[in-house]
Design a binder for this molecule. Structure first.
Ligand SMILES: NC(=O)c1ccc[n+]([C@@H]2O[C@H](COP(=O)([O-])OP(=O)(O)OC[C@H]3O[C@@H](n4cnc5c(N)ncnc54)[C@H](O)[C@@H]3O)[C@@H](O)[C@H]2O)c1
Length: 261
């Protein structure tokens, strides 16, 4: 398979979901072996099967990003099947919608553990192996514009995504001398299951339908449309490519103009 990622093996966490799946499709189309890792093995395998049917290289792996040993096990598995992972994209994530005063300790801990700790564990284990092998690499996290500001109905989520931006900076500084770049993409409102869940939850409390809630949100986006998962995958592909070889420690807003800092 020709393409700018030919010969590369890329681990994608959360690959059974909207953005992770679009990233897998984009990178496999550019020649990578994509290792689709997700809590839902059936979901990851479904996507991988479709890619293989199209002549592309893909494998599926059950992964819980909140467990360091599980991350190590999956990396061993991928290495055995497709060679060492030199690129990783962390897209696994969850969200709960509840007013600030009602955020439970359980939801706070779970959101921080999946979104922030999960990103850290994947980055750390992939980087350990790259450094040990003297290999260069690329790490990309999916953060969120929520991490740039506050969110009145998802404080735990916004904090986790701000934390991801911080981990990206620390990892970029720590790994630069090993020629490993670390960046994030901050999407805005993407047409995925997570967004449907958010607007269904808001509809419950606001007295408008989920469709109307999303429509009003879209109307506030300068580019005037909800983002596709492919819009996000396109930026991820750039950050993994040689074109972004001198870019590290950055969190790029890919959000239709919602945030400008
Ligand atoms: N949808 C949006 O509007 C939006 C905006 C900004 C950022 N994001 C972020 O993008 C990422 C992907 O979101 P999406 O919209 O594709 O959501 P999604 O719900 O469609 O997909 C998320 C995937 O993560 C997986 N996952 C959850 N917990 C996991 C765990 N512990 N271990 C491994 N996998 C796990 C789920 O099974 C699911 O397949 C998330 O980090 C999300 O916070 C989404």
């Amino acid at each position: 398979m020709e393409g700018r990622f030919a010969g590369r093996t890329v681990l994608i966490s959360g690959a059974a979901g909207g953005i992770g799946t679009a990233v897998a499709q984009r990178l496999a189309g550019e020649g990578a072996h994509v290792a689709l890792a997700d809590l839902s093995l059936a979901g990851a395998e479904n996507v991988a099967e479709g890619l293989r049917a199209g002549g592309l290289r893909a494998s599926s792996h059950r992964l819980d990003v909140t467990s360091g040993p599980d991350v190590a096990r999956v990396l061993d598995e991928v290495e055995g099947q497709a060679g060492g992972v030199t690129m990783a994209v962390t897209s696994a994530g969850i969200i709960y919608i509840s007013p600030f005063l009602d955020v439970t300790r359980e939801h706070w801990d779970r959101t921080l553990t999946v979104n922030l700790t999960g990103t850290f564990l994947v980055f750390q284990e992939v980087a350990r192996r790259l450094v040990k092998g003297g290999e260069s690499g690329r790490l990309v996290a999916i953060s969120s514009v929520s991490g740039r500001g506050g969110r009145p109905d998802s404080a735990d989520y916004a904090a986790s995504k701000a934390g991801v931006i911080s981990v990206v900076r620390s990892a970029a500084l720590a790994l630069a001398s090993h020629n490993i770049t670390v960046n994030a993409v901050c999407p805005g409102v993407v047409d995925t299951e997570m967004t449907r869940l958010i607007h269904a939850a808001r509809a419950n409390t606001s007295g408008i339908t989920a469709e109307e809630s999303l429509r009003r949100m879209a109307a506030r986006i300068p580019l005037q449309r909800v983002q596709t998962a492919k819009d996000v995958a396109d930026v991820v592909s750039f950050l993994l490519s040689d074109d972004a070889g001198y870019v590290t420690g950055q969190s790029i807003n890919a959000d239709g103009g919602m945030e400008m800092d």
